[in-house]
Design a protein around this ligand. Sequence first.
Ligand code: MN
Length: 213
Amino acid sequence: YYQPKLCLATGRLNAAEALVRWDHPTMGRVPPAEFIGLAEETGLIGPVGEWVLTQACIQAQQWHDDGHGTLTMAVNISGRQIHLADLCETVRLALTSSGLRPDCLELELTESQLMKDAEGIIVLLKRLKAMGVRLSVDDFGTGYSSLAYLKRFPIDCLKVDQAFVRDIIADANDVSITRAISTLAHNLKLKVVAEGVETEGQLGLLSANHCDE
Ligand code: MN
């Protein structure tokens, strides 16, 4: 499933985020909260993650071929995936088999994954960056961030966790936090993306507080 990312400056849809869902023959739609954890525990996140990455790259290239040549595809990477296989090799294969330009692929890693083994992650992120792919910090603001590391990660984007977006209309604190994250990100030359925007009211507030997408 693909969730659109809208550029607030132009009003154009400029990217999508790939989200895996499981349609089970008898259980119906199994939410990711129920199967991703299990896939990580069993190691199945390896093949599942590879499949998602490859399918997302193929879809993005298809959209490029259909005339949407600047569309970027974001794919979530599980922390466990990093340790199961060489992520750079997996990414290289997905790009080669789909023909997608590396700068049109964005990998999302959560704040907590990045901070778990920050020194090791910096090495990995630098290798990925050298391949030309874009990198973003997912669920920003809910984990345990070290600002000292944040400035050392070769990242392109911060994604404001949807916990701050959900009640942004009613909660002035959420507005303040979102504005603070935007200011921090822009000063670090990073883009700011808000997750889970469902209403025009939320969109208006996020736009007024300098979110980019
Ligand atoms: Mn994400």
